[in-house]
Design a protein around this ligand. Structure first.
Ligand SMILES: Nc1ncnc2c1ncn2[C@@H]1O[C@H](COP(=O)(O)OP(=O)(O)OP(=O)(O)O)[C@@H](O)[C@H]1O
Ligand SMILES: [Mg+2]
Length: 392
């Protein structure tokens, strides 16, 4: 009994699997043939069981009303049963076919609506199942292409955004450059005016005064007076020489070329303290090897600009200039304890722009750290690599 119970569902299941996996053509033929076949079989069985046996048992049987009723009732039952089995089989086959096709149609509708994740469920390997599998493969390809396309589009969009950013940066640089060029011309003109004024007002006046005093010596016969006047003239001449030296040092400090960055900076800081009555602390190594000339001049100009800015704009009480270096890098910073400024804002000066340009040319970096009310710090870092090798 146990065995029978286990066998029946197995048999039904395997029959069902056979029906599902049967080729579509077989299903369609079954659809047409099964009702007719079951009716014929049930008619044959009916004839076999009742009529032939009846005739065989009593060949001289006479059909009375009762026998006829009995036979026709059985015929109705048997044929009806056969027809029911046949129709049931057809309905099952139709349901199987419609379900497969229906799944395919539903999937197509979802894909038409743009849902490329839809796949047709394949539960038979018949022709319709193969069409479904091929359709799913096609949709896989379509989805992959759409994903690739979207990825490319996203990449294009980010490239476009990057392009826009670069174009913006280029425009800013162009404006900065135009502005810097205009300022450079202005600064050059101002510098010429300053030198001309200093030459005229200071050195020219002093030389004229020396000339007049020399002329006045012509009429002096007293030796003491002569000596006295000559002392005055000598003092004036030495003052003029000092003034000329200051002017020429301002333009290009000879100490920088002759002695290097440390003495040049010490001299410049000393001058700045004397002229501006401000405390400037200089922190640097005791001794330093000579750096490449292009590095030394940039460090000098950075210190000059940082000090000028701190003195002119910050109202600081204390300024610190710091110089440090390793075999690979040199750093210079100018810090003040003044009023500070918005370092991220747009500044219409040439000094800081010029510093950035000079430092960039040496493949270095620079920055300003400042906030309103908390001082400012200008720093540069210059590599002493092959691009800017140190002097041997
Ligand atoms: N240490 C500082 N403290 C306060 N403000 C500063 C300081 N350094 C720079 N600034 C501000 O930044 C601006 C830009 O400085 P930058 O050196 O570029 O130009 P500038 O000094 O005004 O003119 P230039 O240097 O061309 O003569 C200054 O005008 C000033 O407002
Ligand atoms: Mg400046």
């Amino acid at each position: 009994m146990k065995r029978n119970r286990a066998t029946l569902p197995t048999f039904v299941h395997s029959l069902w699997m056979r029906i599902i996996s049967a080729p579509a053509a077989v299903k369609l033929v079954g659809l047409a043939v099964l009702p007719v076949a079951t009716i014929i079989i049930s008619a044959w069985l009916y004839a076999e069981i009742f009529i032939f046996r009846l005739l065989a048992a009593s060949p001289d049987i006479t059909l009375n009303a009762h026998t006829l009723f009995d036979l026709s009732w059985r015929a109705f039952l048997w044929l009806g049963l056969g027809a029911l089995i046949g129709i049931g089989a057809s309905v099952t086959l139709t349901w199987v076919l419609i379900r497969q096709l229906g799944g395919l149609v539903k999937t197509m509708e979802r894909i038409e609506a743009g849902d490329l994740t839809a796949r047709s469920p394949v539960w038979s390997q018949d022709e319709i199942g193969q069409v479904q599998a091929a359709f799913n493969t096609m949709v896989n390809g379509l989805q992959q292409s759409r994903d690739d396309l979207m990825k490319n589009q996203r990449e294009l969009e980010s490239l476009d955004a990057e392009n826009q950013r670069l174009i913006g940066e280029l425009r800013d640089k162009e404006t900065e450059l135009r502005f810097a060029l205009r300022r450079a011309v202005d600064v050059q003109e101002e510098e010429r005016k300053r030198i001309a004024r200093e030459l005229h007002d200071e050195i020219g006046q002093a030389l004229t005064s020396i000339l007049i005093r020399l002329k006045s010596l012509q009429n002096i016969t007293n030796l003491d007076v002569m000596t006295d006047r000559l002392d005055g003239i000598r003092y004036l001449a030495s003052q003029t020489i000092e003034e000329m030296r200051r002017l020429s040092m301002d333009l290009r400090p000879a100490a920088l070329d002759n002695l290097g960055i440390l003495p040049a900076l010490r001299w410049h800081i000393g001058q700045s303290m004397e002229q501006n009555q401000i405390e400037i602390q200089f922190t640097a190594p005791e001794r330093m090897e000579r750096l490449p000339p292009e590095v030394e001049i940039v460090l000098y100009r950075v210190a000059q600009e940082g000090l000028n800015n701190a003195i002119r704009h910050s109202q600081a009480k204390h300024i610190e200039v710091k110089l440090e270096h390793t075999p690979r890098f040199v750093w210079l910073s100018v810090s003040d304890d003044g009023q500070g400024f918005d370092a991220d804002g747009l500044h219409r000066g040439l000094g800081l722009v010029g510093i950035r340009e000079r430092v960039t040319l040496l493949k270095g970096q620079c920055g300003i750290e400042s906030q309103r009310g908390s001082g400012a710090r200008l720093w540069v870092e210059i590599p002493l690599t092959e691009a800017n090798p140190a002097h041997a």
